[in-house]
Design a protein around this ligand. Structure first.
Ligand SMILES: *Cc1c(COP(=O)(O)O)cnc(C)c1O
Length: 376
């Protein structure tokens, strides 16, 4: 059997002909009509005013922080349970992350802890400059209380929806709940451009400014004129062609990942000690990755036993994200709570979840998990 990956690229069918269009017009780089169209089409899909296509989700978060005026020694709130790319750009700007723990119901930022922390900051007259809130594994954060808490103290939100393109919260798409929203088209995400990201906002001036900074901050002039420091963060026309093809099959990709999740849950959900990541009633997750927790004593095998049994059969499974407040690189940073995300990391496992995972492959994963239990 060939290796089974956690989440691999899954082309839709139109990508090659869109790339051929770019070749025929010699629009290989830098920008071009596919970039403009990809921005328009993605903005239309999520229901947001404006979008800037960028070379990565990380770059999008970096620019979002710039847009919000984050500077050296500012504090920026961030979800602790996430991928490091959510937090790294805070440090690029010389600012300091403050990590907030997850809540059990969604695995996302705990709105009560966030509100408490903002109240505490207000009392000390040192409010954070922004908050980066993640929609983890494709599940929407609980936006109503999070937005209310941030609005009360005028703290702008960056929504890191890198894993949640196609998810929604109370009928509205993820990526639209902050002042700025971020998507990723990295190779393992729900759709991919082979690498890329998108920054979205209803504020046209912010998105225009982001495009300007992402294109080396070239002032309007016949020569190269610069009055500020820029970045090389734009997406190429070829990558955008792939993205347009992928966008056409996005709903099918979400449906496929949700079906993968459902099939795992039916096969494994009743086992003692096994709990699948809950889906909060307020929204619909992309189920980017199927995640579950394993209570070793009740199940008879630990999360690591199961992961290693899968690895021995060339099947890629990963522990749930190690929280940022436990990462050596962020050990000096302030954290609010942390026990919930630490527990999810200790017991959590992500199973192969790609939209092209076959039922035969999935059965192999399921059989190995079941065998771990029988082997105790
Ligand atoms: C993938 C990911 C990113 C980074 O996106 P890239 O396009 O890989 O730079 C940021 N945040 C989260 C939560 C992610 O999963």
């Amino acid at each position: 059997m060939p290796r089974i990956y956690l989440s691999s690229p899954h082309m839709g069918g139109d990508e090659l002909s869109l790339i051929q269009e770019a070749f025929a017009q010699n629009w290989i780089a830098p920008l071009g009509p596919h970039v403009d169209a990809f921005e328009r089409e993605l903005a239309g899909y999520v229901g947001v005013g404006h979008a800037a296509a960028l070379s990565s989700g990380t770059g999008a978060i970096h620019l979002a922080l710039r847009m919000l005026g984050v500077q050296r020694d500012d504090e920026v709130i961030c979800s602790s349970l996430t991928f490091s790319a959510s937090a790294n750009p805070i440090v690029y700007e010389g600012a300091r992350p403050v990590f907030i723990d997850a809540e059990r119901a969604t695995w996302n930022m705990d709105p009560a802890l966030l509100a408490e922390e903002l109240e505490r900051c207000a009392r000390h007259d040192k409010l954070p400059k922004a908050a980066i809130v993640v929609d983890l594994y494709g599940q929407s954060a609980d936006w109503d209380p999070i937005r209310a808490a941030c609005a009360r103290f005028d703290v702008p939100i960056i929504e890191d929806a890198a894993e949640a393109l196609g998810a929604d919260y109370r009928g509205k798409r993820c990526g639209t709940f902050g002042k700025l929203g971020v998507f990723s088209f990295n190779g393992n995400k729900i759709i991919t451009t082979s690498g890329g990201g998108m920054l979205v906002s209803d504020d046209e001036a912010l998105v225009k400014r982001a495009r300007f900074l992402a294109t080396q901050a070239r002032d309007p002039a016949p020569h190269y004129e610069h009055s500020t420091i820029g970045f090389n963060y734009r997406l190429s026309n070829i990558s955008a062609a792939i993205g347009r093809g992928q966008l056409r099959v996005l709903d099918a990709r979400v449906a496929a990942r949700r079906a993968v999740f459902e099939r795992y849950r039916q096969a494994l959900g009743d086992l003692p000690g096994v709990t699948f990541m809950p889906e909060a009633p307020f929204g619909r997750s992309t189920r980017w990755l199927t995640c579950l927790t394993i209570d070793g004593r009740a199940f008879g095998a630990s999360r690591e036993d199961v992961r290693l049994a899968l690895a021995a059969k060339d099947i890629e499974a990963r522990p749930v994200w190690k929280p940022m407040h436990l990462q050596p690189v962020f050990r000096e940073c302030r954290a609010v709570g942390g026990a919930v995300s630490a527990d999810l990391f200790a017991r959590g496992l992500c199973l192969p979840s790609g939209s092209q995972l076959t039922t035969v492959e999935q059965d192999e994963v399921i059989d190995i998990v079941l065998a771990c239990r029988r082997a105790r």
